[in-house]
Design a protein around this ligand. Structure first.
Ligand code: FMN
Ligand code: SF4
Length: 607
């Protein structure tokens, strides 16, 4: 085999390392560099990265093994990754995987004999509006209707040496909303001009030239903006926790690691309105006294990353980033950091561990990131959508923003709707909109000829609601009172064809796959849950299984480093409690009465 020559990568490696306060934080970008150059990360590649960063090969190897996107063996020319998470499953992902296996003549994890295609099944790619979907060599493809499948087969089997560039599907994406989606319909390439023409960067100018940091924080507090990454913590309060005086540098970290199945909002903000995020970042950084921002984007988001990076370049060129922004004396440097395939890195302390060059391990709190975060310095972490609300708040005022929402949560939200609705898509609505209105008015109701059975209102971790429970407002507090959560506002809708055992199996598979493994209740519990549900699903359920599932789930809650384990327990508890008869029927008879339509490919009645 030809020897790998790393010498041509030296200059690039040096450029990457100096972006970070500590060399080892350049771990993921250097691993990406090695993989992109040689197609995979070989032992020589691990040794080279270790040498550049001054860490052991064993450490590099541990990191490589943690992230699903790093490959230690060469793959086929095209890597075909089919999503098997619940939203895609509801739209026929199992059938898609079977067709790929049959047509390519290979199983999951295998490569065709000619070395052209490697086939894998992956957890959620956060493009649930395109379900069923796949990623082919970094390009998202969907919805995989019988017709698009033919195009994919044609390309992979008959023209494997050409680049595959499927058009972006014309889906149901909100536009013209009051806060977050107003510029979503703009064409690529017109961003900075379009943004500036729409009052863009006026808010940053106002903050930097006529407001003190304390006044900015106060305005955000009054707006009742709550963290839209999922936890709903009041944003202004979080900003106020960052020490005013600090001998250490302070950091702003943007969480763009969107990974919650059923959610795809941040992807649209990064792609279609990146300057709204940049403006929010400038204001946030000014408010807390930070001059360095890291944007952690999930590794699979290749196009969002590309478009956001282009916007950062534009903003820098127009004097909105870098040194002495618009002559105000305020500096802000932005580093974009690419993740590498690990859902847990969305949890803020795991994200920091990953950003520091390690495995994405959550850390015990306290200390909270506000006091000891990135490189042990004060750090503010906010979600993309949260920061995209900040410009409009400063420009149009806290009162305007808070009035759009409920008494305790201001503004609007981007609701991702997927599953069995007529129009899967992204919709902007006031945070107090009802779940019924979202499903029946915005998303066009349940697909034709079917009726609602169940809804997950806030991403796969949220407790499920029945068809009778949808007259609930979608703000954080109302959903909490209804026994579930608003989370990431990813709404997964299931009609009467859905088998709840199958749905819970998909959720449990996700959690078993994504647990970081640090805490035994989570590592062992998610594995046991999956094993028992698999048994029930295959018709070999035992009388004690349901009680055992509830007991395992109960023992996972509140006993671990992060709330991932709780999130894995909630679907088990809610599905079994609310659809107990269906689970009991499976256990007693070994049969499912709902075979067929749920596995059908997305039909002509749907977009
Ligand atoms: C398992 C887990 C996954 C998470 N994933 C994300 C994510 O993908 N994106 C995100 O912004 N927040 C995610 N969060 C929430 C973050 O920990 C954190 O609360 C958030 O980034 C803070 O930003 P916000 O206050 O603007 O919401 C996750 C939390 C947990 C426990
Ligand atoms: S709860 Fe699970 S994901 Fe969170 S730290 Fe423990 S093992 Fe890791």
């Amino acid at each position: 085999m030809e020897k790998m020559d790393f010498n041509p990568l030296e200059t690039k490696a040096k450029e990457i390392i100096v972006r970070y306060e500590e060399p080892r934080a350049a771990m993921l970008p250097l691993l990406w560099l090695a993989q992109e150059t040689f197609g995979h990360i070989s032992p020589e590649g691990e040794a080279w990265v270790g040498e550049k960063l001054g860490v052991t090969i064993a450490h590099v190897r541990e990191v490589v093994s943690f992230y699903t996107m790093f490959q230690t063996k060469p793959l086929g020319k095209h890597h075909l990754q089919v999503c098997r998470s619940l939203p895609c499953l509801l739209q026929g992902a199992n059938g898609v995987i079977t067709q790929f296996k049959e047509r390519l003549g290979i199983g999951l994890g295998e490569t065709t004999l000619d070395g052209k295609v490697t086939l894998s099944a992956v957890e959620c790619l956060c493009a649930c509006e395109m379900a069923p979907m796949a990623q082919i060599s970094e390009q998202y493809v969907g919805p995989l209707t019988p017709q698009t499948l033919q195009e994919v087969f044609h390309h992979l089997l008959e023209q494997p040496d050409t680049a595959f560039r499927p058009p972006e599907p014309d889906l149901h994406i909100a536009g013209g909303g009051p806060v977050l989606s107003r510029r979503f319909k703009h064409a690529e390439g017109a961003w900075f001009d379009a943004y500036a023409a729409d009052g863009g960067y006026e808010a940053a100018k106002k903050a930097l030239t006529s407001m003190t940091p304390a006044q900015v924080i106060d305005e955000v507090l009054k707006s009742n903006l709550r963290g839209l990454g999922g936890a709903g913590f009041p944003t202004g309060r979080k900003w106020s926790f960052i020490p005013k005086e600090s001998s250490k540098p302070k950091f702003l970290v943007v969480n763009a690691d969107e990974g919650e199945p059923g959610t795809f909002k941040d992807r649209y903000l990064l792609e279609r309105d990146p300057h709204a995020l940049i403006e929010g970042m400038i204001i946030a950084a000014y408010a807390i006294g930070s001059h360095k921002a890291y944007v952690y984007i999930r590794g699979e988001y290749v196009r969002p990353h590309r478009r956001f990076a282009k916007a950062v370049e534009e903003a820098t060129r127009h004097g909105w980033l870098g040194k002495n922004i618009q002559g105000t004396g305020f500096d802000l440097e932005v580093v974009i950091h690419r993740g590498a395939g690990a859902y847990i890195c969305g949890e803020e302390t795991a994200l920091l561990s990953s950003l520091e060059g390690g495995k994405g391990f959550p850390k015990l709190k306290p200390p909270f990131p506000a006091i000891s975060g990135l490189f042990k310095c004060p750090t503010l972490i906010n979600n993309v959508e949260t920061l995209a609300c900040v410009g409009p708040i400063i420009r149009q005022g806290a009162e305007w923003f808070s009035k759009l929402g409920t008494p305790k949560q201001g503004g609007t939200r981007l609701f991702s709707l997927c599953g069995h609705v007529a129009r899967p898509g992204l919709y902007e609505a006031p945070v107090g909109v009802s779940l019924r209105e979202l499903i029946y008015t915005h998303a066009g109701g349940i697909r034709e000829g079917h009726r609602l059975k169940a809804v997950i209102p806030g991403g796969i971790s949220a407790k499920v609601l029945t068809a009778e429970e949808i007259d609930v407002k979608m703000d954080f507090d109302s959903l909490l009172s209804a026994g579930t959560m608003a989370g990431s506002a990813g709404v997964i809708v299931m009609d009467e064809t859905t088998c709840m055992v199958e749905a819970l199996r998909a959720a449990s598979h996700f959690f078993a796959d994504e647990s970081c493994g640090q805490c035994s209740p989570c590592r062992e519990g998610t594995g046991w849950i999956l094993k028992i549900i698999d048994r029930i699903r295959k018709g070999a359920g035992r009388p004690q299984d349901l009680e055992n599932l509830l007991s395992i789930a109960g023992n996972m809650e509140g006993k671990t480093i992060c709330v991932f384990a709780d999130a894995a327990a909630w679907p088990v508890q809610s599905y079994i409690t609310k659809f107990r008869g269906e689970f009991e029927h499976h256990v007693a008879t070994g049969e499912c009465d709902l075979k067929g339509p749920a596995l059908a490919l997305r039909g002509p009645g749907q977009a």
